[in-house]
Structures are given as C-alpha cells and as structure tokens.
Ligand binder design. Structure first.
Ligand code: PLP
Length: 392
C-alpha cells in the first residue's frame, strides 16, 4: 500500500512540531519550561471580540456551513481595515479572500499558481511555509540571503538574472520573522519594480504590521501604486489582535491570483465557523489605542530581554517591530545544539535559527510571548547557565 506521495518523500517534519516534542520531553523529565520559542501571543484578544464570538455561537442558526467566500461583513471589515490602516482601496468581492489563518493561504497559494518544476524565490532565513508550500506543489526553491550587513533586506539585484527570469513567485516578509527587520515603502517599491520587470508574482507576508514600537508604522506592499497588478499580500489577525488560535488570515491584492487561490480553497475547506467570522469582523474595528497599549507590554518585555542578553554578551540591536529577538549563539556553538542544551539544562526554550534556513545557522530566535516575570526568570537561568559554562 502506498502511504506517501513522492512530493513529500523528502519533506522534513515541520520544525516547530519537532521542537514541540522536545519541549514535551523536557516537561516530562520534570523541567519547568519557559517557552520563548514559538510566536504564540499569550495576551487575550479585545473583550468585545470574545463577546461577539460567544453571542453569535448561541444563535442556533450559526452552526451550519457558512459559505465559501467569507461573509460580506468580514470581507468589508478587511477592506475597511486596509483603507483605514494603509489608505489602500480593495474591492471586497474580488480583491480579498479570508483564510483559515495566513499559513493556510500561504501554502495553498503555491498549489494554486505553481506547476511542478516551477521556480520560487524564498528568503533565507524565512518563515518555513514559503518553502514548504512550494515543495508541496512540486516546485523548486531558490533561496536568497538576508544578511545582517544589509539590515536583513535582500539584495534583489544580486539574484542571478536567469534565475529571476525563470522564477514565478518571490516571497518577502517585513516586519520580518525571524530577524525583526523592517522595510520602508521605498524598498517595497523596488520589490514591485523587480516583480514587474521579471514578470513574477510578489507575495508579501505582513502579519506583524501592527506589532510595532516607538511610532514606527509598517507599510503594506499594496500602498505601492500599481502593486495589485503583480502582488498579493498575506495578513493575519493572529498577532495584530492576539487571535492565533482562531485561525483568521487575509489574502488581498491581485484578483486573478486570488481567484486561483479561491478555486483551491473552495475544494479543500468549506469556510470558517460563522461566529468566528462575525467576531473577526469586530476585531478589525479595534481602536488603535488597544493596539498601542498591547504593544507597550511587548516593548517592556523586549527591554527586559535586551538588557539581560546584552549583559551576557549576546549581540542585540534596537528593533522597531515584532516580538522576536534574533541574536547569535555563543562562539563555536550551533543553533540547534545550543537551543537544545539551553532547554535541557535550564528549561528555557528558544527557537534554533537553523529552523528558518541555512542562513539562520548561528542564531537563535527568542519570542517574547510570555509574561515579563517569566522573561526575567529566563534571563536569570541563561545567565547562570552561561556562567557555569565559562567556569568549567
Ligand atoms: C511570517 C509569518 N507568516 C505567517 C504566519 C502564520 O500566521 P497565521 O497562520 O497564524 O495567520 C506566521 C506565524 O507565526 C509568521 O510568522
């Protein structure tokens, strides 16, 4: 009996699923684990969003199939959000598709527009689903490096021209996971020009656009004039409104690409639970004050972690967005080895940078999605561990 398609024969396990097993084993061994590995917001969504979910779920008529395209209220909530937040106008019928989390849409996008053997340009380090979506679709991946000396922005001109001409899709993600780097609108303009010149679909992934600090405002690629001709943007309610478990994402932009994405989705899923859609529409109306107050909490956590790490000699730079800290492992150690030793010796769980690609080797990513007291405790444990290492 065949139990595996060729296209997934060499597909590694999703790295964070594998890491989750290590965390479970550490807990089973009696360790008090502080999880700073996955970007899983610990704070709650706005109250009114939870209230909307509960009251909608009490309606006996809310439990059937909700329809495929997303309810008008949610689509219009998305377009109003894009207009208010980015001054971008979208047609709610054709230029927006609600997703079961943006990860779902990212993976299905590849199936929707790529043929086996097509070439995809993916940042290294980068969110694993860009590569995995391409692998599932039987496509080939060309990785381009994000390097510290360029502020983790790619040098698009360094992509060989034959590769750029062959490629069908390029993935970009700013504010960036895992590096916390940001890009300005000028960079996104260059990316749109690159996509246009090479006849490539630009997929911009923007889930951290509202996790920003010190007055920084992250741009949407759709702000670039004419971007809809060559780009789609993925967005998410997971980080903006602390709704990661709800699975609500957004694809917006080029209507032809979105029609292909919808063709796949309507054959794979049957839409999203109606109360979730109704509550998500309410979330998208959340006043900016709520977001600012939430971001102040992240900012305090970042300060706690940065001062702890800097005192231990980990290189850390100031950041304008995301709740991640991307820092180098001590000299002579590798990412997964260091993160594993840290977990097993201290119970502090951070993500090995190698989970995000070869260029992530030598780094760890620390996710500040735990209370400040836990972060302070984690820094203390790391300090004791590192000083133990240097005294042996
Ligand atoms: C860069 C990036 N894109 C997409 C996602 C997926 O988010 P979700 O599926 O929760 O919308 C994540 C989640 O961590 C992410 O970091």
């Amino acid at each position: 009996m065949k139990t595996k398609a060729d296209r997934i024969a060499n597909m590694p396990d999703y790295p964070f699923a594998r890491w989750g097993e290590k965390v479970r084993a550490a807990r089973a061994a009696g360790l008090d684990v502080i999880r700073l590995d996955i970007g899983n917001p610990d704070l709650p969504p706005p109250d009114k969003v939870v209230d909307a979910l509960c009251s909608s779920a009490r309606d006996p008529s809310a439990h059937g199939y909700p329809g495929y395209r997303g309810i008008p209220q949610l689509r219009e909530g998305i377009t109003s959000y894009y207009e208010r937040r980015f001054n971008v106008n979208l047609n709610p019928q054709e230029e927006v598709v609600p997703l079961l989390g943006s990860k779902e849409g990212i993976a299905h996008l590849s199936l929707a527009i790529l043929d086996p053997g097509d070439l995809v340009l993916v940042p290294d380090p980068g969110y694993p689903s860009y590569t995995m979506g391409a692998v599932i679709a039987g496509a080939r991946v060309h990785k381009f490096p994000l390097l510290p000396e360029r502020g983790f922005l790619p040098d698009l001109d360094a992509i060989p021209s034959d590769v750029a001409l062959e490629a069908k899709v390029i993935w970009l993600n700013y504010p960036n996971n895992p590096t916390a780097a940001t890009a300005d609108l000028k960079f996104l303009e260059q990316a749109v020009a690159f996509a246009r010149e090479h006849d490539i679909l630009l997929c911009h992934d923007l889930p951290y656009c509202d996790v920003t600090y010190d007055g920084y405002t992250a741009p949407s690629v759709l702000q670039v004039p004419g971007a809809k001709e060559v780009a789609v943007e993925f967005n998410s309610l997971s980080k903006t409104y602390n709704m990661a478990g709800w699975r609500v994402g957004i694809a917006a932009g080029n209507p032809d690409v979105l029609a292909s994405l919808f063709a796949i989705k309507s054959n794979v899923d049957s839409g999203q639970f109606l109360p979730v859609q109704e509550a998500a529409a309410r979330a998208l109306e959340t006043p900016e004050d709520w977001i600012k107050a939430r971001n102040r909490i992240y900012k305090e956590r970042i300060s706690t972690a940065v001062s702890g790490l800097a005192a231990l000699g980990f290189p850390v730079s100031p950041q304008k967005a995301t709740f991640y800290i991307w820092t180098r492992v001590p000299e002579g150690q590798n990412s997964e080895g260091f993160a594993t030793a840290l977990l097993e010796n201290t119970g502090v769980s951070v993500a090995p940078g190698s989970f995000f690609g070869e260029k992530g080797e030598g780094y760890i990513r620390i996710s500040l999605t735990s209370p400040k007291a836990h972060i302070a405790e984690a820094m203390d444990r790391i300090r004791k561990y590192i000083s133990g290492l240097s005294s042996t």
